[in-house]
Design a protein around this ligand. Sequence first.
Ligand code: ADP
Ligand code: MG
Ligand code: ZN
Length: 476
Amino acid sequence: MAKQYETVIGLEVHVELATRTKIFCGCSTKFGAAPNTHTCPVCTGMPGSLPVLNGKVVEYALKLADALSCQVNRYSRFDRKNYFYPDNPQNYQISQLYLPIGHDGALTIHAGEEEKTVRIHEMHMEEDAGKLIHDEWEDCSLVDYNRSGVPLIEIVSEPDMRTADEVIAYLEKLRMICQYLGISDCKLQEGSMRADVNLSVREAGSSRMGTRTEMKNLNSFKAIAHAIEGERERQIELLEEGKEVVQETRRWDDNKEYSYGMRSKEDARDYRYFPDPDLPPVVISQNWLDEIHASRPEFQEEKALRYQQEYGLPAYDAGILTQTKRMADLFEETARLSGQPKEAANWLMGDTLKLMKEEGMEAEELAFSPEHLASLICAVDEGKITRQNAKKVFTAVFREDVDPLAYMEEKGMTMVTDAGAVEKVVEQVLADNPKTVEEYRSGKTKVLGFLVGQVMRQMKGKADPGQVNRMLLERL
Ligand code: ADP
Ligand code: MG
Ligand code: ZN
């Protein structure tokens, strides 16, 4: 019988913090600026420049440590990780090794029906490196130091995951926590969340760990899932042939669906870590920790429960609306402004998600205002527009955040609610169709529909059918 293998996975995740300025200088962290415009002597590693720690970075790290139930090192320190590479002008990266800000935490994930706790080994603060650009000019590489010194938190898990589904559930949960905390937007495509996957295989039932490889360069959940499958198969094949897995860093090429060796894995010794003499230790007061804990936001699960209780939403709806903080905020504000939570939920879960899917958009990119959605909801409720037309108006709200009332007016979709105007048409239709009126009065009540239709046609669909019905009945 063929041997059964178990996959063992641990993740090292880098999250770029959404602070306004860099970790050790005042340069902007804004993404997408012209190359080397957000730089200074500190973040380009000029001799004699000195780093000064950005307090926001520590605050954000503590928030994450609290959310991940980590133990906090109240006395924490920065260390130099020495290596030479052109994107790293100091020749060392300021990171934390000996006394990281947090350790021994946990993250509970749901993969399918299963609930599972993944242990967090440690989390630490560090600076990002610059960016090398290789294919812009011939025969040379360019370097952009805008990213150099952007604050990162690295979160290292224990090797507790077993499948790609668990890995993705872990990353999604971590991303959700960071977004809810407002410490990072965690966009994989833009690199504000980056995951390195450490993977080994072993015979099912064995308690000994296999030799692992580390895969970098994974910038989508799809690439991560592919890489895990591909690497698992590659390692199993080696073991089946009686060969050994070499501990190394590999680069996954999602186009070729294959990983290739980049470098044999360095261990901590190769980096000659030592405490950074330019930075004092970080001492964290119990007071600060208490404040951080007290300011902990309402996370997804609590929020979803509250939506069920406060707004009477089904669990399924509450779960979807709280998937991202952006969507949850939009929902709450629209519900409050319109006074109609159920309608707000329906517009967001129906038309909004549909349009987002069509345009391949993330919730973070939603740009319409809750005021405009709320005023559309009220217009439908007050009979100022038909549901069918409201859907068209919503598309414009979604795309351009138009004011729905002005837009309806401009496109001639506003219904006539002026009773006098509708009455006039109703009486005209009754006068024009004496035969039908006769039929109705002799018991053929079905003809009412025809009369409503006549009124609606003359009003070009801009009357409230309910109101028309009532008016006709009063006169019949
Ligand atoms: P290094 O310092 O060399 O990067 P670590 O011990 O910090 O190594 O581990 C890095 C990551 O690799 C962690 O996320 C850990 O869970 C994972 N890991 C360690 N051993 C294994 C293994 N045998 N199989 C899979 N993942 C592993
Ligand atoms: Mg590591
Ligand atoms: Zn700088």
